[in-house]
Design a protein around this ligand. Structure first.
Ligand SMILES: Cc1cc2nc3c(=O)[nH]c(=O)nc-3n(C[C@H](O)[C@H](O)[C@H](O)COP(=O)(O)OP(=O)(O)OC[C@H]3O[C@@H](n4cnc5c(N)ncnc54)[C@H](O)[C@@H]3O)c2cc1C
Length: 403
């Protein structure tokens, strides 16, 4: 009979405990949790609805269920850090295995049009209760308010001087410091999934404006994203912004969250905008009164001001200079990012246990035998859409099976 201690009672830790207790009913499995209750973060995921995974269909539209066809490069669109390890972990425990596990344990699921998967009850507590029930049935020992301060290379856990046969570290983002002294390399933690403060009054006055399909980039870098852009009273938000914050998380942290944001308002090249301008050219209508169909009236007037085109200017009066200024504003409008703002729905930590320290087929430490990792404590993080929780389930499943 083995004795396994799981440090951290979040999504990864509790799933790992549930799986271990199903696989080995006679083993002694304990969860040590620093807080007063288990899975407090999981209970608020997805705005309280828990977006527990994703169909991944948007990554492989030709064969939606087949992750084998997804390259690491494509997977990196959703896992900017950890795509290679996740490819392997998903081949052991995929999004469909996750759905099957929860459905077999009584949770009906729905796949939304955007491919995010939620419990049909739309209640994150159903996921929490399901994991709690499985741990209870499996005889898992839970100790809350037990904050671990260190683990020695000999697997001695402090406080408590516990010496189990195996330890699974699932303490979440920014917590890997308890490994100091083990020689395990840690990637410094920085936040990911945040919105940008923009130093431009004109843009902020457009708060509430939604642009369905914009392209964003950071000047002088290769970081780009596209999708829905939301203008807020502090700057920019929405899926395109969050994705860019994820891709550029470390770059932005290194630059104290100061950068230049380039917005292509129509997510199309200048040549396409030029064709549209050709179709409008020569008309007697005022430019201000005939906005591009993808842009709101308010945003259009703001962009005309940015291009230095007067409100009373008519299409027939738009000279070649005005035309090229307008194309430039529509396709490469630049704004100063002055800081980072929190995203109220979700954020994750980029950084943690360096992936080179982990055997990806077992999640075991290469330096400390018997020590396993799962969840956000690893240097794995994803864009929004259920991918972060899938990383917790997949890595926890692999760790449990390897133990
Ligand atoms: C508001 C919000 C909403 C989110 N919504 C979604 C979503 O809908 N879909 C999605 O995929 N992702 C979502 N995420 C991200 C997701 O919640 C995390 O990726 C996931 O919870 C990571 O699971 P984990 O078990 O690794 O870490 P955690 O859930 O953070 O759990 C770690 C646990 O370890 C405990 N712990 C820490 N240090 C110690 C210690 N020294 N000793 C003992 N215990 C310790 C903590 O108290 C905590 O309970 C959201 C995140 C936030 C903040």
């Amino acid at each position: 009979m083995a004795n396994v201690v799981i440090i951290g009672g979040g999504a990864a830790g509790c799933f790992c405990a549930a799986i271990l207790s199903e696989l080995h009913p006679l083993w002694q499995v304990s969860v040590l949790e620093a807080g007063g209750r288990l899975m407090s973060k999981l209970s608020i995921t997805g705005g309280g609805r828990c977006n527990l995974t994703n169909s991944f269909a948007l990554l492989c539209p030709d064969s939606p269920a087949d992750l084998n066809r997804v390259s690491v490069k494509t997977l990196a669109q959703v896992y900017p850090r950890g795509a290679a390890l996740m490819k392997r972990a998903l081949s052991s425990f995929s999004q469909w295995d996750c759905c099957e596990w929860f459905e077999n344990h009584g949770v009906e699921l729905v796949v939304q049009d955007d491919q995010c998967v939620f419990p049909r009850s739309q209640d994150a507590m159903q996921i929490v209760r399901t994991l709690e029930r499985q741990m209870r049935l499996g005889g898992v020992q839970i100790k809350c308010r037990h904050k671990v301060s260190s683990i020695s290379p000999g697997l001695c856990i402090t406080p408590g001087d516990l010496r189990p046969d195996a330890v699974v570290l699932t303490t979440g983002g920014g917590t890997a410091g308890i490994l100091q002294g083990t020689g395990i390399e840690l990637v410094p933690p920085v936040p990911s999934l945040f919105t940008f403060r923009i130093g431009n009054e004109g843009l902020r006055s457009l708060m509430g404006t939604v642009v369905e399909d914009a392209a964003l980039s950071l000047a002088g870098t290769h970081f780009r994203s596209q999708g829905t852009l939301l203008l807020t009273d502090w700057g920019v938000s929405g899926p395109a912004t969050l994705r860019l914050s994820s891709y550029a998380a470390r770059y932005l942290a290194d630059n104290q969250y100061k950068a230049t944001l380039i917005i292509n308002w129509l997510n199309c090249p200048g040549s396409e905008v030029s064709l549209w301008l050709d179709s409008m050219a020569g008309g007697a209508r005022m430019i201000a009164n005939s906005h591009h169909p993808q842009l709101s009236d308010r945003l259009w007037r703001h962009l005309l001001r940015r291009a230095g085109i007067r409100e009373d200017c008519r299409w027939q009066q738009l000279g070649s200079k005005g035309r090229s200024r307008l194309i430039s504003v529509l396709t490469a409008d630049s704004y100063p990012i002055t800081g980072r703002a929190a995203f109220k729905e979700e954020f994750v930590t980029c950084g943690g246990v360096a992936l080179g320290e982990v055997d990806p087929s077992t999640m075991q430490s290469r330096k400390v035998p018997g020590l396993y990792f799962a969840g956000e404590v690893l240097d794995i993080d994803a864009v929004t859409g259920g991918y972060n929780l899938q990383a917790a389930w997949s890595t926890a499943w692999v760790a449990a099976h390897s133990i």
